[in-house]
Design a protein around this ligand. Sequence first.
Ligand SMILES: [Zn+2]
Length: 256
Amino acid sequence: MLLKDVGICVGRKEYSETSQIATIFTRHQGKIRGIAKGARRAKSKFGGGIELLSRGQLVFSPGRGSGLLTLTEWTAQENYLGLRRDLQQLYRAYYLAELVDLFTEEQDRHEQLYDFFDRSLADLSEGRGWAEFLVFQIRLLQEVGLSPQLWSCVRCGKGSRGRAVGYISFSEGGILCRGCAREVSEKGRISPAGLEIVRKLSSHAPRSPANEPTYKQGEADGAVLEDEDSRGAQKLLSYWVRAALNREPKTARLLH
Ligand SMILES: [Zn+2]
């Protein structure tokens, strides 16, 4: 049996002189990893190969359980061309792609997240700023159930305003007031302005009672964020991601 889907390539490596292994975040099947035999030949059913950060239609045989599938066809539809002309946006897109790969399970379906990813790559490709980059990270964490608690100290419940908050801890589940932070060893410093931004962007994607994030696309559009505050927000999210994964994503170094 063969399946058709649409997907975005989030990882690839050469497999032999003519073949490649691609990780594709598909709309209906979630993330899949498959071998595309002969993909790198010019006249193949893969149009010369599957490019990282491109969207296309694919055909594959699902196989059983998780593991390497067989890709049989790929027709590129969208290359987010603007990314190839702007290194900063390209690096941001690499980072988001790696996060999608690291935080989703194979063949675990995330249709809304897929649509949002497609949209976010288009936004980055058009040169949009911090808001779109940050909000995708926040929504990804919400989707996989790993959002930090940002509204009050997770230990004492103290409402957190401005200077009272100083830290975030993954093992504790969210932000800590300065007093409670003294008793916790796994923690990262956060800036009040960075926290404010992450809070604001988080509230664009409130969770419904069914625990499904509702994505209101476009709400981050046009939000102009100060560079330094945005770096603070990114620092908070980067800390959280690193602690959740217990390692640094490979592309994180490109963000600096
Ligand atoms: Zn506290």
